[in-house]
Design a protein around this ligand. Structure first.
Ligand SMILES: C[S@@+](CC[C@H](N)C(=O)[O-])C[C@H]1O[C@@H](n2cnc3c(N)ncnc32)[C@H](O)[C@@H]1O
Length: 252
C-alpha cells in the first residue's frame, strides 16, 4: 500500500525521493530520439496541440519585451514555436532538469541563430532559481506529469510569474468519448511501447509514458491544484476527445 511519502512512477509505487531519478533515466535514454518519437506516437498531432498552446501564449506582435519561461521544456520545441510567433522582443528560457534534453535544444538554437533568444538552463521545476515576478508567461508542456511534487512546481510557476501573467499547462488528460476511449487504450498499451522499442530501443520508457498518463490527476483535480497554488480564472480546454487538455490560470 502507498504511504504518505510514496508516489507513482507509472503504475509502480515508489518512494517520493526516488521518482525524479527514475524519470531522469527515462529522458536520458530517449533524448536523441525524443522529437521523432513525438511525431510517430501522436501522428503529428502534438504539433496541433502545441500550436493551441502558442496561440494562448499570444506573444506580442510588436517589439514589446516578452519573456517566456518554458518549464520542463526539454529540447525547446515550445520555446522555438513561441519565439517564431512573437516579434523581436520575445525571448524564452527553457528550464529542464535533464542536461541531455537541454543540450539537443541548445544545439538547435545555435543552428537556427536563435541562441540569444532561446536559452537553455538546467533546473528543477519544484525549486526554481529565478527571482519572484520575472516572467510574463510560464508554460509547461507534457512536463508536469513527470514532476514528483506537482503542487511545488505550481507554486514556483506562480511565484516567478509577473502580476497579469498567464500560466499554461498542456498535458495528457482523460478520454471520455465512448469508442475512442477503448481505441486509445489499445493504442497506448499495445502500440506505443512497441514504437518506443523500435525507435529508441527502450520499451520501458514508453511503458512508463502510457502508465504515467493514466495515473495523472483528472483535469478538474489539476485545475483545483492550480487554484490552490494561487492562480485565478483557472480553466481547461480538452482537445482531441480529451487525449490532452490545455490548462490556463492567471496571476492577478
Ligand atoms: C515529455 S518531456 C516534455 C518536453 C517538452 N516540454 C515538449 O513538450 O516537447 C518531459 C520533460 O520534463 C522534464 N522534467 C522531468 N522532471 C522535471 C523537473 N522536476 N523539473 C524540470 N524538468 C523536469 C524531463 O527532463 C523532460 O525533458
Amino acid at each position: 500500500m502507498a504511504g504518505r511519502d510514496d508516489t507513482h512512477f507509472g503504475y509502480e509505487t515508489v518512494p517520493l525521493g526516488e521518482k525524479q531519478g527514475m524519470v531522469d533515466d527515462v529522458f536520458h535514454s530517449v533524448a536523441r530520439r525524443y522529437d521523432l518519437m513525438n511525431d510517430l506516437m501522436s501522428g503529428g498531432l502534438h504539433r496541433a496541440w502545441k500550436d493551441a498552446l502558442v496561440t494562448a501564449v499570444n506573444p506580442p506582435k510588436g517589439d514589446a519585451p516578452f519573456n517566456l519561461l518554458d518549464l520542463a521544456g526539454g529540447t525547446g520545441d515550445v520555446a522555438f514555436r513561441v519565439v517564431a510567433a512573437g516579434a523581436a522582443g520575445t525571448a524564452a528560457t527553457v528550464c529542464d532538469i535533464n542536461a541531455d534534453m537541454l543540450s539537443i535544444g541548445a544545439e538547435r538554437a545555435l543552428a537556427r541563430g536563435l541562441e540569444d533568444r532561446v536559452i537553455f538552463e538546467q533546473g528543477n521545476a519544484e525549486e526554481l532559481g529565478y527571482p519572484d515576478r520575472s516572467f510574463d508567461c510560464v508554460t509547461i508542456a507534457f512536463g508536469i506529469r513527470n514532476v514528483p511534487r506537482i503542487e511545488r512546481a505550481l507554486a514556483e510557476a506562480h511565484r516567478v510569474l509577473k502580476f497579469g501573467g498567464r500560466f499554461l499547462c498542456l498535458e495528457f488528460s482523460s478520454v471520455d468519448v465512448p469508442g475512442l476511449d477503448a481505441l486509445y487504450e489499445l493504442y497506448s498499451f499495445q502500440v506505443i511501447p512497441r514504437i518506443g522499442r523500435a525507435v529508441t530501443g527502450d520499451r520501458e520508457a514508453y511503458q512508463y509514458l502510457v502508465e504515467s498518463i493514466r495515473r495523472f490527476p483528472k483535469p478538474k483535480a489539476l485545475a483545483q491544484m492550480m487554484a490552490t497554488a494561487g492562480f485565478r480564472r483557472v480553466t481547461f480546454t480538452p482537445m482531441t476527445g480529451g487525449v490532452v487538455a490545455l490548462h490556463s490560470g492567471w496571476k492577478l
